[in-house]
Design a protein. Structure first.
Length: 256
């Protein structure tokens, strides 16, 4: 999917209130409006979720970023905590995570006072996040944290189990998917933008297939399409095309 870029400055906390955000005509802000977007890596969830949240004037929440932040915190422990589920769950409950959304829809992630937006996107953190997210007690603790982050405002939330577990009664649910080759290429482009180096496409494809297997087979919060979610194949669609399709769906089924 293609997207356009814009220069922005400033930011706001995801949990703050009182700031006004631009939104598409006919879509008033509502604290009861929850939109979930699930799907595998590279399906376009993050890019679409940011733009949809901006269009609706809602908060954007990336649940994957919360697991990555937990993974980074676990690696920073002395010694690192990556295989002790009870300790990881305790760490999750106390995780000093803060998310700040910029007016342009980007997400800044903080662990305590340290901005970790780029640090949580490394391959090591990605692998650890995939590993620790398999523990049921860790997922249970993180679901509560994610609900805390979203409970102040209406929210557009993306991840792998947001419509099935985190917000099972969400107002609107979407599930994005795409051809694995396209998903690998998107992930390669994302990593290049972050670090300026080209990761071999075959390596990324292998990592995506491994992550898909873990996500779909785990006991707690597996990657599934909720029965009431709208399926969108993003393989040959632009970012704006997907966002407009979502907005049309939301318009056809407004809040009661």
């Amino acid at each position: 999917m293609r997207k356009s870029s814009s220069r922005v400055s400033g930011h706001r906390r995801i949990r703050s209130s009182g700031s006004r955000r631009s939104r598409a005509p006919g879509y008033p802000i509502s604290r009861s409006l929850v939109v979930t977007i699930d799907g595998p890596a590279g399906s376009g969830k993050s890019t679409v979720a940011k733009l949809l949240a901006k269009s609706l004037g809602l908060t954007y929440l990336d649940t994957g970023a919360t697991y990555r932040t937990l993974a980074l915190a676990a690696l920073q422990e002395d010694p690192p905590v990556v295989a002790d589920a009870p300790r990881l769950a305790d760490l999750a409950r106390q995780l000093p995570i803060r998310l700040e959304a910029t007016p342009g829809g980007q997400l800044r992630v903080f662990l305590g006072d340290d901005e970790v937006t780029k640090k949580i996107r490394t391959e090591q953190v990605t692998e650890v996040a995939a590993h620790i997210s398999q523990y049921p007690e860790v997922r249970a603790a993180m679901v509560e944290r994610q609900r805390e982050l979203a409970n102040t405002h209406g929210v557009v939330v993306e991840g792998r189990d947001t419509g099935s577990v985190v917000f099972p009664h969400a107002t609107h649910k979407f599930f994005l998917d795409a051809d694995p080759a396209i998903r690998a290429r998107r992930r390669q482009q994302e990593l290049f933008k972050l670090y300026g180096s080209q990761t071999p496409l075959a390596m990324i494809r292998e990592q995506i297939e491994l992550r898909d297997g873990l996500d779909r087979s785990r006991e707690a919060g597996p990657l599934i399409k909720p029965a009431d979610a709208v399926l969108i194949d993003t393989t040959r669609k632009t970012v704006q095309g997907v966002v407009q399709e979502m907005l049309r769906t939301i318009r056809r089924h407004p809040l009661p």
